[in-house]
Ligand binder design. Structure first.
Ligand SMILES: Cc1cc2nc3c(=O)[nH]c(=O)nc-3n(C[C@H](O)[C@H](O)[C@H](O)COP(=O)(O)OP(=O)(O)OC[C@H]3O[C@@H](n4cnc5c(N)ncnc54)[C@H](O)[C@@H]3O)c2cc1C
Length: 181
């Protein structure tokens, strides 16, 4: 039901022996693999922003064309508040990823900062795609408009590379100093 443009399957590795020649070079323990995850998750913080912008744009355009009771639904305060709030949340996510990129360039990026951004940006985009689908009314459940596709795809993005809950627990550990996993 999600990310249907790519082949997704469960892979099981039973009794697999990995030869020494395939070891990650110059790393000990989980530090190497976890370091790779931080890099991938940084990239993932940007992807949902695009999905959110596409959903927001689709809802914005539709709201200006959809006439109800003699005026476009974009002329109602309820729809404008939703659109304004989407623009606010998208802008904040963009600034968050931009700052992460700056920290990455400076070599000072912390994995917990990546967790916070992955959590924030996926949640932001999932919420916005669902709200955009709502602004589209019944038309929003068709493939003619992108928000429902983005919402379904974002269910994967908020799950892979660490679920939302797991990233929340990373931040919980960071602020309390207590590991609750
Ligand atoms: C489309 C897609 C592509 C993927 N691609 C890859 C890939 O290329 N490579 C790869 O290795 N994996 C991949 N995954 C797997 C993905 O990383 C896992 O699905 C994800 O990490 C969650 O693990 P899980 O499915 O085992 O869920 P579980 O770990 O079983 O989690 C189930 C639920 O329990 C919660 N939970 C887990 N632990 C705790 C805890 N300590 N405290 C509280 N709640 C907890 C979770 O947040 C979740 O809500 C992919 C998944 C999807 C959906």
């Amino acid at each position: 039901m999600s990310l249907r443009a790519s082949v997704t399957s469960a892979l099981f590795f039973d009794s697999v022996r990995v030869p020494d020649s395939q070891r990650l070079p110059n790393v000990k323990g989980l530090k190497g693999p976890l370091g790779c995850l931080s890099q991938a998750r940084y990239g993932i913080t940007w992807g949902p922003i695009g999905a959110a912008i596409a959903s927001y744009t689709s809802a914005l355009e539709y709201s200006k064309e959809r006439i109800l009771f003699g005026r476009p639904i974009a002329a109602t305060q309820a729809v404008q508040l939703k659109l304004a709030d989407m623009a606010r949340r998208i802008t904040l996510a963009q600034l968050l990823s931009l700052q992460l990129g700056r920290l990455k360039d400076a070599g000072t990026l912390q994995h917990s900062q990546v967790s916070l951004a992955k959590w924030n940006n996926c949640r932001m985009a999932l919420d916005i795609s669902r709200e955009a689908r709502d602004i589209l009314g019944g038309a929003g459940i068709t493939t003619e408009h992108p928000p429902i596709r983005h919402a379904l795809n974002l269910e994967s993005v908020i799950t892979y590379e660490g679920t939302e809950t797991v990233h929340q627990l990373v931040i919980g550990r960071e602020v309390t100093g207590i590991n609750a996993f």
